[in-house]
Design a protein around this ligand. Sequence first.
Ligand SMILES: NC(=O)c1ccc[n+]([C@@H]2O[C@H](COP(=O)([O-])OP(=O)(O)OC[C@H]3O[C@@H](n4cnc5c(N)ncnc54)[C@H](O)[C@@H]3O)[C@@H](O)[C@H]2O)c1
Length: 333
Amino acid sequence: MDKKFKLGIIGAGIFAEANMYPSLSLHFFDHVDRVAVCDLSAERAERLAGKYGWGKTYQDYHKMIEQEDLDGVIVCVGGKYAPDVSIGVLREGLPVFIEKPSSIYRDGTERIAKVAEETGLIAQVGHQKRHGLAYKRAKEIVSDKENFGNIIQIESKMHGFTVFPTFYTCMLEWQCHNLDIMRHFGGDISEIEAKSNRNSESTGALVGMLQFENGILGSFAWGTYGGPGQFVERIEILSDKGRGVIIRNACEVISYDEETGAHWTHDWNPISQNQSHVFNGYVYELLHFIDCVQNNKTPYPSIFDEVKTMKYLETIAVKAGIPVEWAPVGSAL
Ligand SMILES: NC(=O)c1ccc[n+]([C@@H]2O[C@H](COP(=O)([O-])OP(=O)(O)OC[C@H]3O[C@@H](n4cnc5c(N)ncnc54)[C@H](O)[C@@H]3O)[C@@H](O)[C@H]2O)c1
């Protein structure tokens, strides 16, 4: 039997409990040894380790890495602490999966990228949408250039919600996913325009335009109104062959030509790949991390992709007159 992948995880908070631990406990990870959980709170670490079958617990991740023979580490501690912890893991010689946001400001992400470059170790960022079933299906459709043609335009929206203490926090914690997924389809961005209609310090509407380096035009509508959850998300990708693909709420795909359309949605079956931790992308992003480490592949999105996303996000805020100011927010919204 092949050697199992020895995994450690730092962070036993609310989001990790809702998505990381349950995903990693599924049969998709039979090739993984859930070696150790580390959290500053011993109580949380012990509770989640017990509930999801992890071997040991630690409160100091340096100790965890020193004492366990790990192959990789997941960091899910929040953007404020993610740069120092991720750099600590890389400096200890281990590849790292960093739950988004990799930092609350761009300089933290750049610091991680610098150490990833120096050490040559894998640093993947957790933007699960790239690994979600609907977006993967859409990517397959648009990558078939002979049938689909070349992408000419991307329209995107992802409503926000008013719980965030600053407008930029909403963009960083939430709409960063939308920017990342637009980049997954469009590539690097050369020009950005954005406008906001703010009705308070922390709330308002935001729309913008993107010109991608390859000429594709993008438009997006974000803001802080419209609601949370999956029901706020829609992306349409148009080609120069009159074809298009619409991804609705991260779980439905409509592909069309000028006359007909085909509709794909996931089946509901709790033991198949259609359970929500899989179709939302958490399972596949974590499998992707392990595969990249085991087979020395470049992950997506990498920390180097994330440096660009953070730069674009900051530019969008500046162009729209939104202060680049983050404030703490919990996942229990
Ligand atoms: N991908 C998504 O769609 C999505 C959605 C919600 C939240 N998130 C992200 O998940 C991350 C975690 O969010 P959360 O709600 O679980 O946060 P949280 O504050 O509930 O948990 C963070 C945990 O990290 C621990 N921690 C902090 N520094 C540590 C250190 N140095 N060593 C060990 N443990 C440490 C804390 O004790 C805490 O238990 C955030 O980055 C958040 O943005 C992602």
